[in-house]
Design a binder for this molecule. Structure first.
Ligand code: PLP
Length: 720
């Protein structure tokens, strides 16, 4: 791969000293850049410099979360982007009938430049200068302005710098306006809207992170008109055509826009791929969810950022010299099994001591010998920080067991507008002050990348209790696993791929039912794990008081999880499976004066205009037992009217349920033209299964083209 990739994200977690991230999304973006640097991938990051970042959290004795917004200290961290003459480089973006100026900062992440846009420019009105003060400020108006700044401003900045990305990667939908700006550019150079759209789409990829509709960024149409009304026409299409790109009901949905303007969409774990398909299926109910084109690249973490210095030293002694360049190969990690258990334990204890000194300076001397369980993440309701507190008496017995005591450390921010989240923090602080939980339950304030490092390196067990399937991936558990910290988690997100029965614990309560019932069963499962497995294993020691079996589990955790759930593996996957084919596709679409883009646009227009004629007229099925025992053959014969559409431009399929949550399909062949545009299609489905299943089969017709990236690119299907 030689041409460059532009990676857009509303947040980046590069370092605790630059708080322009709120949680996993940003840390993932930061780790993506670091891995791209290690792998020498030609990538540029684009984000926003929030002058006051995400908030600094202060939590007092009363458990009330307070929000401080100290100005970020840029000194030595980043430099202002200038033009050839050394003057600050400025770009303008259209916001509500006016132009807002942006300057930019360059933050070097290894080899990778990260460009951060900043509206605090003198030429702007005072209110505009404040637009980029805070990340996720909560106000819808500021939000749409920031997304215009990121998407439109980001494209303008890169082009002004002479950066010509071959692939545009949108990390979550916040940056999706970038596709509109790129359409505008093509349009300004004379391309038609639809040809421009095809060219842009061919070179764009979209990673979605949100498993619930409520998490999608959306704006009502009046807001779109207000902020972008004088921008629409510049794209060479009318208002309705532009708004249709993101329309879901009465709103303009950024996930929908991103999905419609990218040629590859991916989720961030195998499970999340399925969840995303189901979610998109609500928008496209006539396409079975199995057929909706969503890929997945499971998230990872940047090893050099998250591995404790203690283990780094140890690994460099026991693993081969080129280990850090081969982290995605399981074989590179096999030497972990040869580390003497006492030594691995000793290093882990040192990391634990660093955590205790750093975050709990008033801890009891025995804290280092007490099983310590960490729970740190954003206090979003679905993460269920309070699950462990369902039965306080039972928890009391667990933490105060005289032979096998257990302590918990909690950390995390709730969004300033999230009252239920803040309520959870208050409750934890309240419980931590109860006599029976003093010193056993602790809350530490201001969870950030700094305290995250101490926590994922120094606790013994990493607890994760989301409502399945709300955790798209989760990455903090991957950081823990890498450090030999054992995961105890609901089988959601990455853990449903990572857990192998030996490398940690799975909280297996109720997969379905009401939230109350799930919480009851999940907490019961969690208590049992703590009582019957985790605490006993931790306190089972050898003559040198090393928990040998525990350390074996630590090794199992590192060997089986670290090679897979790291960003070297992840970015290589993006590069091989997504960036390279997208670069190729983008080039193909634009070559020879946008020949293919123009052709695809014209083809789609023709199909769309004529599709109303397509009908499935009659269907006959006939099932029979085949010659082999249990083999059923079902013969399909249908008449399909295609009107002026050529028979080669459609596919006709019989589709049915396999009775097990999946579907089967059989391609039918045109065997005769019965009249103008009317065809007879036939085909046979052979299966071992029950013939009754085939009775529910339906026939569908949809347009195809070798230039499409997937079968349902046009989102068109006619069912019989
Ligand atoms: C890694 C990390 C996260 C992401 O954690 P999840 O597992 O997705 O909850 C959030 N915040 C910080 C500070 C992190 O370092």
């Amino acid at each position: 791969m030689t041409a460059s990739i532009a990676y857009f994200s509303a947040e980046f977690g590069i370092d605790a000293s630059i708080p322009i991230y709120s949680g996993g999304l940003g840390v993932l973006a930061g780790d993506h850049l670091k891995a791209a640097s290690d792998l020498e991938l030609p990538l540029s990051g684009v984000g926003i410099l929030y002058r006051k970042g995400y908030f600094r959290q202060v939590v007092g004795e009363d458990g009330v979360q307070r929000h401080l917004y100290p100005e970020i200290d840029r000194t030595g961290q980043m430099e202002q982007v200038t033009d050839n003459e050394g003057r600050p480089l400025l770009v303008k973006v259209p916001i509500a009938n006016r132009l807002v100026y942006l300057k930019a900062w360059r933050l070097q992440v290894g080899r990778i430049p990260l460009y951060l846009l900043d509206a605090d420019v003198e030429a702007n009105e005072e209110t505009d200068r404040r637009l980029t003060d805070n990340l996720y400020a909560g106000d819808r108006h500021i939000r749409i302005c920031q997304e215009i700044i990121l998407g439109i401003g980001g494209v303008r900045l890169l082009h002004k710098l002479g950066v010509k990305p071959a692939v545009w990667h949108m990390n979550e939908g916040h940056s999706a306006f970038l596709t509109l700006e790129r359409i505008r550019e093509h349009s300004a150079s004379g391309l038609s809207f639809h040809t421009a759209l095809e060219a842009v789409k061919a070179s764009t990829v979209f990673t979605t992170h949100t498993p619930v509709p409520a998490g999608h960024d959306q704006f009502d149409m009046q807001m779109m008109d207000h902020y972008l009304g004088d921008f629409y026409w510049q794209l060479g299409a009318d208002r309705d055509t532009i708004l249709a790109l993101g329309r879901v009901g009465d709103s303009f949905n950024m996930t929908r826009l991103a999905m419609k303007t990218a040629s590859v969409v991916n989720g961030v774990s195998a499970l999340h791929e399925d969840v995303t398909k189901a979610l998109f299926h609500h928008w496209l109910p006539y396409i079975p969810k199995q057929d909706i084109a969503v890929a997945s690249v499971t998230n990872g973490v940047h090893i050099d950022t998250w591995l404790s210095p203690e283990l780094k030293k140890l690994f460099s002694r026991y693993l081969s010299a080129d280990w850090s360049g081969r982290t995605f190969e399981p074989a590179a990690w096999s030497g972990i099994r040869d580390i003497p258990s006492g030594e691995l334990w000793e290093r882990h204890q040192q990391a634990k001591e660093r955590l205790l000194e750093g975050l709990l300076p008033d801890h009891e001397p025995s804290a280092k010998e007490t099983l310590l369980i960490g729970f740190a993440r954003r206090f979003a309701t679905y993460k269920r920080a309070l699950l462990i507190f369902m039965d306080l008496d039972r928890l009391d017995k667990i933490v105060n067991d005289p032979k096998r005591p257990v302590s918990f450390i909690f950390a995390g921010k709730a969004h300033p507008a999230d009252d239920p989240g803040q309520q959870m923090i208050r409750r934890i602080v309240e419980i931590s002050q109860m006599e029976r939980f003093k010193g056993r339950i602790r809350f530490v304030e201001n969870y950030d990348m700094g305290s995250a490092k101490l926590l994922v390196q120094g606790v013994d067990v990493w607890l994760n209790t989301p409502v399945k399937p709300m955790e798209a991936s989760g990455t903090s558990g991957q950081k823990a696993a890498l450090n030999g910290v054992l995961n105890c988690s609901v089988l959601d997100g990455w853990w449903s791929e990572g857990y192998n029965g030996r490398n940690g614990w799975a909280i297996q309560g109720a997969a379905e039912g009401s939230l109350e019932r799930q919480a009851e069963e999940d907490s019961e499962a969690l208590y049992r794990l703590l009582e019957e497995e985790i605490a006993p294993l931790y306190y089972r020691r050898d003559a040198h008081s090393v928990p040998l079996e525990w350390v074996n589990k630590m090794k199992e955790s590192i060997c089986t999880l670290a090679p897979r759930f790291n960003t070297h593996r992840m970015v290589r996957e993006y590069s091989n499976r997504i960036y390279s084919p997208t670069e190729e596709r983008g080039n193909r679409f634009t070559a020879n004066g946008y020949e293919i883009a123009g052709k695809v646009a014209a083809y789609k227009r023709f199909i769309r205009e004529q599709w109303q004629h397509v009908r499935v007229h009659s269907m006959h099925t006939h099932s029979s037992q085949g010659t082999r025992i249990g083999l059923t053959e079902t013969f399909f014969q249908v008449h399909v009217y295609l009107g002026p559409i050529w028979e080669q431009d459609v596919r006709v399929e019989a589709v049915g349920s396999d009775g097990d949550g999946g579907i089967w399909k059989v391609k039918l062949k045109a065997v005769a033209e019965l009249g103008k545009g009317l065809f007879r299609y036939e085909g046979t489905f052979r299966d071992q299964n029950d013939a009754m299943l085939h009775a529910t089969a339906n026939v569908r017709v949809f347009p195809v083209s070798s230039d499409f990236n997937n079968d349902f690119e046009m989102e068109l299907t006619t069912w019989g």
